[in-house]
Each structure stands twice: as structure tokens, then as C-alpha cells.
Design a binder for this molecule. Structure first.
Ligand code: SAH
Ligand code: SF4
Ligand code: F3S
Length: 480
């Protein structure tokens, strides 16, 4: 018989829009519920992460909490006693992948009834998704949201001791909880949150609803985390926020992202990166800091979304095409040889072919080093989803392909320019396609494959580029 389901809290669309709700900074003493500690002995967890870096970082923290409780990590679903799916809601295809995965887990649960399955992350911040999962997938034991993932151990303890299924998804902004354990995915590359949530409310985007109000972490807590990474010989740190450039605005004390970035650079980790920059908040002060420090990577991801003023206005992006191009030019002038990358949405409701061509021409003007391109996907409860759309999906696919082709011309040129030159590569590990080769990234995030010993993983080495493909290069190690 299916277990009883307890609804502790459900998302509330009125609350998730509000920005005047308060939150706290918490520095808890760590405690594992006693029963859970006994339960976790000898048991294994597997976290499957969809979506962006914010989700990956949340999964690392959930992993850290589970390991404190006594679980150990496994990368095999079959070996796991607890499987958590950390989900993404940004586009419909992201959600379809999750439903597919949840469905697949049913046969595993049938062969191992004691297996616990949890679903968390952005997707379950939507009430209709929770209702769907609850109705269709009774093998899910626990559903919790982005605002209470740090309560994972308490939630699990309830599921186990009360023998229930539990749903607890809040829409109030989560507190900023410090001093949490974490099980990092890499021993040499790390993500560090600097802010949570987003207040931009671009009309197509679900993130402000699933992640809530923009909240900055205190500068001291961020710097302490980066210093600890430096002490542990990390080679790369990426500062994370939905809009890093808005960092510190909520303190109203003159704190800026530029000041934070400078302090992070001074700690001296060899590679400092940041994601994502909204063009609206990109200050000249920030450009100068990036230019000044060698260890701040000259690689800036600057989502443009569209090159048409009308569409940018409908998207609520708060800049015009000319303002974006002017910013890109200022960046390129003050940071010579900078790599610019972007995100673009094709087929926003009622986008005309001429408006689409404005996007193509903007790309040809900016000469991006790389780009993520997406076909617009209506998201529940967002303003854009209410617009009646007259563009057929086949037309959107056609434009999408046309845009990718235009972008690839520039991307290929950037890659061809690298042939014969020597680059610093942070070695990731064996190449996925050919385990006899190593793979790593240049300072500007180009993927390079080359022959070398496994002892080089986690090191920064010099590699000469021999051959270029659009999205990756082949090179050879240079002996210093
Ligand atoms: N905060 C970041 C990342 C947001 S999500 C930023 O503002 O850049 C990453 C990308 O997904 C966005 O830049 C956008 O290009 C794309 N995206 C967001 N909502 C979308 C939607 N409804 N349909 C298609 N793409 C979308
Ligand atoms: Fe979404 Fe816009 Fe916020 Fe990025 S800045 S997360 S696209 S609302
Ligand atoms: Fe997806 Fe949530 Fe990130 S919707 S892109 S996982 S913030």
C-alpha cells in the first residue's frame, strides 16, 4: 500500500513574486537527527543534478549534509539507497528530462522497495508540477524546494521515522545559511555562491519565481570560503549568482561586485571566473578590475537574448541594442583580447523575421567566442507565456539553425586563430571520447584535447594548439 502523504507546505504564486519579505543570515551549529544517523550507516546516496551551476552547488551542499549524517556517495543508481533528483525548470525540455528520469526510477524502486527517492530544485517550486508528480509518481518519497534544501536531513528524518511521503516546498526566500558542509564535485575547480535569487523578472524567465528574491552573501563569508579553497590548493573559483553584477546592492552600503571581485582576486587562486553578468548592472569599475588582475579570466559571459529593441523591450531586459553594443565595445577596448560569450533566445512570442535578423546582425557585430542558443519555451505564470504567439514552431527551428550557423562562423574563426599558439590549460581529466587523451580548458574556456599523463589532472600546463574544430581543439604538451 502506498505510504500516506503529508503536505507540509506548497508553493504560493503570490508569495514568490513578492520582494519585501525578510530573511536571516544563519550560522547554525551542525546537528544530525539521532535516528537518521543510525539509519544512514552503510547507506549510499546518489544525487542527479539538472540545470545550472546554482543547482550543482546546491547538490554539493546536500551531498555534504548527507555525508555528515553518515551516507556515502555512489555514482551508480543501482547501488544507491537514496536517490535525489535536483531539477531545472528553465525550459520545457529540461522538465521533460526530469519526468523521464522519475519514470525510469519506478522499476528500481519495485526491485528495492526500501529505496528512498527525493525530488527537489526549481521544477518543484511550481504547484502544478508537485500535483502531477504526486498523482503520477507515487514512488517519490520526498519533495522539497530551493528554499529549504539545507533542511534536507530534518526532512529525511521525518520521512523515515514517520514512514510517510512528505511534500515541503516554500515560496518565502530561504535564509542565507553559512557553515554548511559540502562535498565538492572537483578537487581543483570550485563554485562559490555570492548571491541567491533574481530580481530582474525578465518576462520569459521562471528563475525569479523558483529562486526568489535576490539575496547577497556577506563579503566576509565569501572571502573566507575562497581563502579555504586557496589553502586547499584549488586552481579555479567561479563566483555564482543569477546576476553577479547586482551583488551587494541589497546592503545599501556601497558594496559592489567590482569590490568583491577585487578582494577575491587578491587571495590569489590562479583562475577567477564569475557567472552570470546582466548587461544592465555591468559597471566601468568592474571592467577596470577585470583588466587589472591577471588571475581574473578575460572571459565574460554577457547574455544578450535578442538584438531587436522591440523584443528586448518585451523581454524586460532594460537595455537597448545600442547600449549592449556600446558595453561590448567598452569591454573590448579596456580588456584587449577578451572573450565574450552570450545566451540568445530565438522565437520570442510574435518575433518577426526582421527582428530575428537584428539578432543575427548583432552577433556579427560583436563576434562572440561562443554562445548558448535556445528556442523560446513558455514558462508557467510568466508574463511572456500569456502573449498569444503567431510564430509556428517549424519557423522557430529554422531561425534557430540559421542563427547557429552565423555564430559558428565567428566561433570557428576564433578557434582557427589559436592554431600554432601556446595556451595555459587547466587539466580536467581523461577525454570523454578518447580516454587516451587528456582534456582541459584554456583561460577563455576553450576545450583542448592532448596526450599526457594522468598525473597532470588538476594542474595548469602549457599546450600548443595543432588543430581546431568549432567547439574543441587538439594540441600537444609543451615542455617548459
Ligand atoms: N541568470 C542568468 C541565467 C538565466 S537562465 C542570466 O540572466 O543570464 C539561462 C538562459 O536560459 C538565459 O540566459 C536565457 O537565454 C535562457 N532562458 C531563460 N528562460 C527561457 C525560456 N523561457 N525559454 C528559452 N530560454 C530561456
Ligand atoms: Fe532570468 Fe533575467 Fe533573472 Fe537571468 S536576469 S535569471 S534571465 S530573470
Ligand atoms: Fe534551471 Fe533553476 Fe538554474 S530553473 S537554470 S536550475 S536557477
Amino acid at each position: 500500500m502506498a505510504k500516506k502523504c503529508e503536505f507540509k507546505s506548497l508553493p504560493d504564486s503570490n508569495l514568490e513574486r513578492r520582494r519585501n519579505l525578510s530573511f536571516d543570515f544563519l550560522y547554525p551549529e551542525f546537528e544530525v537527527p539521532k535516528y537518521l544517523k543510525e539509519f544512514a550507516q552503510g547507506k549510499k546516496y546518489f544525487i542527479f543534478t539538472f540545470g545550472c551551476q546554482a543547482n550543482h552547488r546546491d547538490s554539493e551542499i546536500m551531498g555534504g549534509l548527507l555525508e555528515k549524517a553518515g551516507f556515502s556517495q555512489t555514482f551508480s543508481e543501482k547501488d544507491a539507497d537514496l536517490i535525489i533528483l535536483n531539477t531545472c525548470a528553465v525550459r520545457e525540455n529540461a522538465e521533460q528530462k526530469v519526468f523521464g528520469k522519475i519514470g525510469n526510477l519506478l522499476h528500481l524502486k519495485k526491485s528495492k522497495p526500501e529505496l528512498l527517492i527525493g525530488v527537489c530544485g526549481c521544477m518543484v517550486q511550481q504547484k502544478h508540477i508537485i500535483e502531477y508528480i504526486n498523482e503520477k509518481f507515487k514512488h517519490v518519497d520526498l519533495i522539497f524546494g530551493t528554499h529549504n534544501s539545507t533542511d534536507l536531513l530534518l526532512l529525511l528524518n521525518d520521512v523515515i521515522t514517520k514512514r510517510i511521503r512528505l511534500i515541503d516546498v516554500k515560496s518565502i526566500p530561504g535564509d542565507i545559511v553559512e557553515n554548511l558542509p559540502s562535498s565538492r564535485e572537483s578537487k581543483f575547480k570550485a563554485f562559490v555562491n555570492i548571491s541567491y535569487g533574481c530580481d530582474k523578472f525578465c518576462t520569459y524567465c521562471i528563475v525569479p519565481y523558483t529562486r526568489g528574491k535576490e539575496r547577497s552573501r556577506k563579503m566576509k563569508d565569501i572571502l573566507d570560503e575562497v581563502q579555504e579553497l586557496k589553502n586547499n590548493s584549488y586552481k579555479e573559483v567561479t563566483l555564482l549568482g543569477q546576476n553577479v553584477n547586482a551583488y551587494g546592492k541589497d546592503f545599501n552600503d556601497g558594496t559592489t561586485f567590482a569590490k568583491l571581485l577585487e578582494e577575491v582576486a587578491k587571495i590569489g587562486i590562479p583562475r577567477v571566473r564569475f557567472l552570470t553578468s546582466h548587461p544592465w548592472d555591468f559597471s566601468s569599475e568592474l571592467i577596470e578590475v577585470i583588466a587589472k588582475y591577471d588571475n581574473i579570466m578575460k572571459y565574460i559571459h554577457l547574455p544578450v537574448q535578442s538584438g531587436s529593441d522591440e523584443i528586448l523591450h518585451l523581454m524586460g531586459r532594460r537595455y537597448t541594442r545600442d547600449q549592449y553594443i556600446a558595453l561590448a565595445k567598452e569591454i573590448k577596448t579596456k580588456i584587449p583580447d577578451v572573450a565574450l560569450t552570450t545566451d540568445i533566445i530565438v522565437g520570442f512570442p510574435n518575433e518577426t523575421y526582421e527582428q530575428f535578423l537584428d539578432t543575427v546582425s548583432l552577433c556579427r557585430e560583436v563576434h562572440y567566442d561562443s554562445a548558448f542558443t535556445f528556442i523560446y519555451s513558455p514558462r508557467n505564470n510568466t508574463p511572456a507565456a500569456k502573449i498569444k504567439d503567431n510564430v509556428p514552431s517549424a519557423e522557430k527551428v529554422k531561425r534557430f539553425k540559421e542563427l547557429v550557423k552565423a555564430l559558428e562562423e565567428d566561433i570557428t574563426k576564433h578557434s582557427e586563430n589559436m592554431i600554432g599558439k601556446v595556451y595555459d590549460i587547466l587539466v580536467e581529466g581523461p577525454s570523454e571520447k578518447n580516454p587516451e587523451m587528456l582534456s582541459g580548458y584554456t583561460e577563455k574556456n576553450k576545450l583542448v584535447h592532448f596526450k599526457g599523463g594522468i598525473n597532470l589532472v588538476g594542474q595548469i600546463v602549457k599546450v600548443k594548439i595543432l588543430e581546431s574544430h568549432t567547439y574543441s581543439m587538439i594540441g600537444e604538451l609543451v615542455n617548459e
